[in-house]
Design a protein around this ligand. Sequence first.
Ligand code: NAP
Length: 510
Amino acid sequence: MGYLGLQSHSFGCCSSPASRWGKVSHMKELLAKVPAGLLINGEWVDSITGETYDVKNPATGEVIATMQSAGAEDAIKALDAACAVQKEWAQTPARERSEILRRAFELVTERAEEFATLMTLEMGKPLAEAHGEVKYGAEYLRWFGEEAARMNGRFGHAPDAGFPMLTRRKPVGPCLLITPWNFPLAMATRKVAPAVAAGCTMVLKSARLTPLTAQYFAQTMLDAGLPSGVLNVVSGKSASAISNPIMEDRRLRKISFTGSTPVGQKLLAKASENVLRTSMELGGNAPFIVFEDADLDAAVKGAMGAKMRNIGEACTAANRFLVHSSVIDEFSAKFAAAIVELKVGNGLDDGVTCGPMVEQDAVDHIAELVDDAVARGGRILVGGKRVEGAGYFYEPTVIVDAPIESRVFREEIFGPVAPIFPFDTEAEAVELANDTEYGLASYVFTQDPDRMYRMSDGLEFGLMGFNSGVISNAAAPFGGVKHSGMGREGAAEGIEEYTSLQYIGVKNPY
Ligand code: NAP
């Protein structure tokens, strides 16, 4: 199977600044290391469909790679491979699985520059942020490597009858893992690592827009000693052509999905046909609440992290800024002043702090939301326009005075746009915050610790940042409520998602 650099594809370089020219040959070498095929039973192979799809650099719009596109037959071959080794893999000593994950952690860390560059190339995030994702994503490998050795059950006695009771955790079985484009490495490690730790085999379907990082990660897992067939990777231009046949197959036992709520709902319906275990990490509409007693400089710093990290393309991204009326003008002015300092451009260029949107549709979507807010009376403090030229750019934007009927209040923005809304009382802040079908992340800035507890009582969200705008961590249970999904990734809970509990009642020995 060909590797990317050996194929005839082009780089986005023609209109690039001089500083990027020197990096082109390095990028060709890097792309040559990324398998373009499907990973089935430890081999990178061509698709049976004979079809391919292109991967673009969103900063330039140019094609950087051409990948094999899997179809239904490829998908079933991948599941065959996962099922063939499930029993043997489940019986592998936990220490062995743990050490494979530890080696993978070390290899991803050694290859940090390569992973970061691939992510910036295919997804657009600034290189420094891509390095942050490598560190964050690698931590799941280390964390679950440690958890693998601690997958224990319980021992007790039936309180009424006195007989011994044992519980044990067993791998749930072959899994389908579907990941989005916004965190191409971390979303894969957050699923693959606990599945490996628990003793499950798997088929990974990465996002069509960002397959390169997942392909290189899968190769890294093989390099770390993961046996053939445990991890299979089939991505392609039609997601459902891959996922449907796998989900209809009785041998599949679990689906773990990260992506949008509408697709999650479809997959939940599909999963019901085969009564699959499901983990769903879906969309968000995070409130970022600033009380009158907050340290406003700290709140602005937190807001920059919560809104602008990953160009606003994060499920945890602050979507609605709810600010006490007595400080809203001061907060808005300081926030807008910080936003103006962002440097928009190609994430590979020095000093760039805000990259492109992932594709043209995303720019169009954001422009529609901003236009809707303005049409309803919203005022732009900064930004508010597309950036003309190559690539898919939208200016980082702050909007005030838009009513809560605006689409920016109701919908997941998924871009560098920050609408600010006023509130007057704590009760009103909670009511506005909860006025959404989503329930993933929330943020509260106040210097009153009692208020922190009251807010955590009132907020219907799976995650809450207290005076902090960035809270994700491999050791934290990540997940939402309501339409943001079910299940948790990371922490001790993350491995449980890949196990089923068996209870053994033992004959009373007396
Ligand atoms: P998406 O369109 O739902 O796609 C996510 C994944 O699902 C991709 O691999 C996609 O494949 C696949 N997919 C799409 N339609 C499918 C179908 N009918 N059947 C099976 N698979 C299908 O979401 P996205 O645009 O990539 O990601 C953004 C969304 O993810 C946002 O809503 C964000 O909030 C959410 N997200 C949530 C979390 C979390 O932890 N809660 C984390 C990150 C992102 P293709 O790429 O081939 O379309």
